[in-house]
Design a protein. Structure first.
Length: 90
């Protein structure tokens, strides 16, 4: 540990800037992990099952509405795909 302290001290004031940047980067990584993995969690199996049921019935508008009820990634991506399909059904 003493070698690290000596190395840090010999780096001068730039080492403090690097340390501050490291701490900020780690904080951002932790925040993004929490948001993406916990706050936007949905039951993907139930969601996909309900979406497929609506699509098979031809009820695309209700499928889009169901997707709009959540801000999680899966419903947002599904909604974008369904909206594109509604613009140009082939």
């Amino acid at each position: 540990m003493g070698a690290f302290v000596n190395f840090f001290a010999s780096g001068g004031s730039w080492m403090w800037a690097i340390l501050l940047t490291l701490i900020l980067a780690v904080a951002i990584i932790i925040e993004r992990f929490i948001v993406l993995n916990f706050k936007n969690r949905i039951d993907s199996t139930a969601f996909v099952s309900k979406i497929l049921e609506l699509i098979q019935r031809g009820n695309i508008a209700n499928a889009v509405e169901l997707c709009s009820m959540s801000q999680a990634a899966l419903p947002r991506i599904t909604r974008a795909g369904l909206e594109e399909y509604m613009k140009n059904p082939t």
